[in-house]
Design a protein around this ligand. Structure first.
Ligand code: PMV
Length: 308
């Protein structure tokens, strides 16, 4: 048996704007992991919480995974394997589940076939799967999942890693509502096309917010200021129509219970929120409030210094 592992991702800021060349900050979300076991079999089959059966029977939402798995197996001499995916990344919640599942399968297959796998090759496979699944992704999910490091991502530019100078404490909460990344991305495109004078400055402002937040993370983390910037980004995302009532309810709860700032993370229209808090004590208070306020799942998440 061989095993491949990948972690989910969290976009701290810059989602949607990143599609138009503005920067985003994205970090590996180590609390949510995908593990894939690959074992010998007489027929190639797939097992997971979301689908069980042969590759031919895979549903449309797994078309990207199906395509890259078939291509890899063909390269490896059409050998038959059982692929068992175990994931604690909720699907379609803006946490990069599809990229993490793809990366863990590719890693598992390469280990099983005893083939070396470079980061560049893995990125190629994950990007291919993501393109089939999501149309025209910016690539931020794939890069974060493949590198497993905090990234400063700008489309078509060389990758820059971010070093967090101090610990930053976050609380992440799932609305329980599937995120509609694809329609949200398409609708932002329509807004920009129909009224560029109104919407283009919002995209640029979101980029400026990412640039400011980066400075704070890399130097002195002023939690209050970064929180305000995150909430400002949320207001812009609302104007871009990618937020919704389920997200805004959790954002309000986080802010009312002491979070310095809160915003949606990922595609929006459902999915997850991310809030910045001062310390672990505040994190627990916000997490409890979110849980009581109806979040489907809540995670306390720390990044910086010793975990990067
Ligand atoms: O796949 P999600 O929901 O994590 O969203 C990705 C972030 C977007 O900026 C909305 C889309 C993209 O391709 O970058």
């Amino acid at each position: 048996m061989a095993t491949g592992i990948a972690t989910a991702k969290l976009i701290l800021c810059g989602e949607h704007a990143v599609v138009y060349g503005e920067p985003a900050i994205s970090v590996p979300f180590s609390q949510a992991i995908v593990k894939t076991d690959v074992t010998e079999a007489t027929e190639t089959s797939f097992s997971s919480a979301f689908f069980e059966g042969s590759l031919d029977e895979m549903p449309a939402f797994l078309a990207g995974i199906k395509e890259i798995t078939e291509q890899i197996l063909r390269r490896m001499g059409d050998k038959k394997v059982m692929i068992n995916v175990m994931s604690d990344v909720p699907i379609g919640r803006g946490l990069g589940s599809s990229a993490a599942v793809a990366a863990s399968i590719v890693r598992g297959l390469y280990v099983y076939f005893k083939q070396p796998l470079t980061e560049k090759e893995l990125l190629h496979w994950v990007n291919q799967s993501e393109k089939i699944a999501h149309g025209k992704p910016s690539g931020v999910d794939a890069v974060t999942v493949v590198t497993g490091k905090p990234v400063w991502f700008e489309k078509d530019k060389s990758l820059e890693l971010i070093h967090f100078n101090q610990k930053a404490h976050f609380v992440v909460a799932d609305t329980g509502v599937p995120s509609e990344t694809r329609s949200a991305v398409l609708d932002v495109g329509h807004l920009l096309q129909n009224d560029p004078q109104l919407y283009q400055p919002m995209i640029i402002k979101l980029g400026d917010i990412s640039r400011e937040i980066k400075k704070y993370f890399e130097t002195n983390l002023d939690v209050a200021q970064v929180g305000l910037l995150m909430t400002e980004a949320q207001k812009l995302l609302e104007k871009l129509t990618v937020s919704d009532a389920s997200l805004e309810k959790l954002i309000r709860t986080a802010l009312e219970n002491g979070a310095a700032g809160a915003k949606l993370t990922g595609g929006g229209r459902g999915g997850c929120i991310i809030s910045l808090v001062e310390n672990q004590e505040s994190a627990r208070k916000v997490a409890d409030a979110l849980q009581r306020g109806g979040a489907a799942r809540v995670w306390i998440f720390t990044i910086g210094e010793d975990n990067q």
